[in-house]
Structures are given as structure tokens and as C-alpha cells.
Design a protein around this ligand. Structure first.
Ligand SMILES: [Zn+2]
Length: 155
């Protein structure tokens, strides 16, 4: 198996956790758009999850630190097209669910999407609050097992 510098850099990037939801990596979240070789190092193209999100700074620092052995790291923020929860990988959705956060439903759902309880899978949940532990989540309580859970809002 050929292992190029880019492959090696992707391997490292795949280990970098998201500062807000550490159970997910930046690659799981789908915010790493591209990775390119430059004369002196690498260029990383990132699409921030939410514009003005304070985590964006932390993410750039984490990426620079993780990749510093590859030389000079340039980061380009690409804001169009905007990030959407549709970019969260299947692996990322599984991790969210295992962590107790219901993964986001379809962005343009025709009918209201009822998140499945991460613990028992029941779709009989009531919304407790529009905002959960962070603004990107809302809080539900499962009517099956009575446990509250966060739902990652589609965006
Ligand atoms: Zn439940």
C-alpha cells in the first residue's frame, strides 16, 4: 500500500477531535473539505460548522498543531457552500448515537422528523427545550425509557 505524505496527513487529521463534541473527529463532522500539498507543507481547507462559532479558532489551532510535522500549515476557510449536518459521516452518526446524542435527521424533511432515542430506539419522545447542552442541540425526553437525550438539530 502506497503511503504518501497526504495519506499520512489524512491519517493524522482523522484523529483530531471536534472541540465541542469530542466524540466526533473533524473528519466525521465533514468539515475538512480538502487537503493539498504546498511547496513548504500542506494547505487544509475547512468549512466551519456555524459561522461565528468560537470553536472555529480552536479547530484551526488543533489542526495546525496536529499537522506541524508536515511543515508549514496553511488553513483556508471555505464558507460556501455552507456546512450542513448532511456532511456528518455514517461513522460520525454511529458515534453520536453511542454517545447518547440522536444524530440529525434530514435537512429538508417534508414531515417532522422525530429523533429516535439513542438508548432504546423509541421515536416517542417529547421536546423539553429548543436548546440542549449547546445551541446546536435540542433536548428531548424519551417516553419509552423516560431518559432525556440531546438531539443534534439538522442544519
Ligand atoms: Zn428511550
Amino acid at each position: 500500500m502506497a503511503c504518501t505524505r497526504l495519506d499520512a496527513a489524512w491519517e493524522v487529521l482523522r484523529q483530531v477531535p471536534d472541540p465541542e463534541i469530542p466524540v466526533l473527529t473533524l473528519v466525521d463532522l465533514g468539515i475538512v473539505r480538502d487537503l493539498l500539498e504546498t511547496a513548504g507543507g500542506l494547505e487544509v481547507v475547512l468549512t466551519p460548522t456555524y459561522s461565528g462559532c468560537p470553536a472555529t479558532e480552536a479547530i484551526q489551532d488543533d489542526v495546525r498543531r496536529a499537522l506541524e510535522r508536515f511543515g508549514e500549515i496553511q488553513i483556508r476557510l471555505q464558507r460556501a457552500p455552507a456546512w450542513t449536518t448532511e456532511w456528518i459521516s455514517e461513522e460520525g452518526r454511529r458515534k453520536l448515537n453511542a454517545y447518547g446524542i440522536a444524530p440529525p435527521g434530514p435537512v429538508n424533511a417534508v414531515t417532522p422528523h422525530f429523533p429516535a432515542c439513542p438508548r432504546c430506539g423509541s421515536r416517542q419522545a417529547e421536546k423539553l427545550s429548543a436548546f440542549g447542552s449547546t445551541a446546536c442541540k435540542s433536548m428531548y425526553r424519551c417516553r419509552g425509557c423516560s431518559e432525556p437525550f440531546d438531539y443534534f438539530k439538522p442544519l
